[in-house]
Structures are given as C-alpha cells and as structure tokens.
Design a binder for this molecule. Sequence first.
Ligand SMILES: Nc1ncnc2c1ncn2[C@@H]1O[C@H](COP(=O)(O)OP(=O)(O)OP(=O)(O)O)[C@@H](O)[C@H]1O
Ligand SMILES: [Mg+2]
Length: 256
Amino acid sequence: MIEAFGLTKTFNEFTAVNELTFSIQSGEIYGLLGPNGSGKSTTMRMLLGLLRPTNGTGRISGHDIQTEIVAAKKVMGYVPEEPTLPERLTGWEYINYVGDIWKIPRGTEREEEIEELLTLLDIRDASNDLIETYSKGMARKTSLVAALIHKPKVLILDEVQAGIDPRGAATIKEILNGLRTRGATILMSTHVLEIAEQMCDRIGIINEGNMIAEGTMTELRVKAQGQNTLEDIFLDLTGGPDMQLIAKYLQNGESN
Ligand SMILES: Nc1ncnc2c1ncn2[C@@H]1O[C@H](COP(=O)(O)OP(=O)(O)OP(=O)(O)O)[C@@H](O)[C@H]1O
Ligand SMILES: [Mg+2]
C-alpha cells in the first residue's frame, strides 16, 4: 500500500507539490498524470525517500517514509525517469550486483529468473554488452529488471514505457497486470493517455503540484462533464493547446 498525507515540496519559494493526499491499495495500479513540471517525479522521489518532504508525509506498506525509510525501501522497486546505470558494467553484471545488494542468494534460481525477464524484454543477448553501448530503451528495460529482482510489493515507475518499442510496452503491461493480480501496489506516471486508460485502476491528475481530479475512468468522466476519452478529460482539466497562437505561428511561417 502507498499512502500520501499532505505531501508537499517547495524549492525555495516555489511549490512543486502541494498537499497531495492519496492512497493506493494492494492489487491496484494508480496512474499519476499531469503536464510537464506538474510534480509527478517529485512526488515519487519523496515517497521513495530520495527527497525530503517540506511538509506532510507518506507510508509505504505501513512504514513512514521519514522515520522508517529503511523498512519502506526494502519493499519498493523503482524505475526512475532517467535511469543512471553504471556504464562500465554489462547489464548482466549490473542486475546481479543489485541482486547481491538485496542479498538474493546467488545460484541457478536467481540466474534463471533474471534470464527469464531479460528474454521477455528482448535484452538477453545485449545483457552481455557494456551498458555504455545501450540505447535508451535498453537501459530502461535493464532498470526495470533490476527493480523487479527482489520481488517488491510496491512498484514506483516513472514513465517506464517512454521510448519502449510496442512489443516491449505490451510485455511490460502484461508483467504489471500479473504483479497486480499477485497483490502488488503500483504507482506509475505516463504521458501516454492510452496506456493510463488501459492499465490503471485509478488515475490522479495533477497540475502545478495540486491534485485536480482523481478516480476511476468512469468517475473522471463524470467530473469532466461527460467527456469521453482520457485525452478529452485531461485537456479539459489542464488546458488544451492554444489554437490561436498555433494558427498565428503557422501563418508567420507561410510568408517565408
Ligand atoms: N531539485 C529541484 N530544484 C528546483 N526545482 C525543482 C527541482 N526538482 C524539481 N523542480 C521543479 O519542480 C517542478 C516539478 O518537477 P517534476 O520533475 O516533479 O515534474 P514532472 O511532473 O515529473 O514533469 P515531467 O512530466 O516533465 O517529468 C518543476 O517546476 C521543476 O522545475
Ligand atoms: Mg517527471
């Protein structure tokens, strides 16, 4: 379970996350949506114990993120927005290094499980190459395997599907669905509204650090006065493109 109570982060005078309160149950995938800079990654980093909240707090499987962060970290898996992996290791070495950190016994069982995930994500062959040679998608997939290796009960995935090919994205979706069935709690952010619509049990839309709507797709439709797709709802709540300005820009281009 993930809980946030009035979670707030200010950087100097700027409020990046403003009194967010939400909870995500075991067996639930929760999608955090919002425009660039709305506070999604900052919220996640606070829940992960990587950033100290200015106010408020959170609990991961009942462990307070400020006073019991070690216990909280043990049950969490995280794929950051921009994974920074050790470039001079191979993918295989890195994942096994993470396995050692979690004290997962070395041996056939661990190796088979890693190989299974690597194969599923089409990076088994590449796992013998140095990470410095990886494409963005390969690095993200490697980061996901490393995040799953200690079988976390709580997963925090910051745009995990970004830059992933369709087969990889479909595989990730199936893996996450399976983990949800087994009782995992999953918090994910994405800009791909289709993914959110298909995968998430509930969605929270944040704008400028504030939760502006939260609920199931059905509940959000009601809130956005019957708007049908998540894109319509999202644009209705956070503001759509400035058509006048776009027309002006395109008109200026025409005269050249
Ligand atoms: N360390 C920092 N110092 C100052 N400002 C920060 C810091 N980290 C984040 N911010 C600001 O906080 C706001 C929220 O950033 P955040 O990265 O959480 O947004 P986001 O919703 O994840 O955006 P994106 O969709 O682009 O990933 C932004 O305005 C950002 O500039
Ligand atoms: Mg972000």
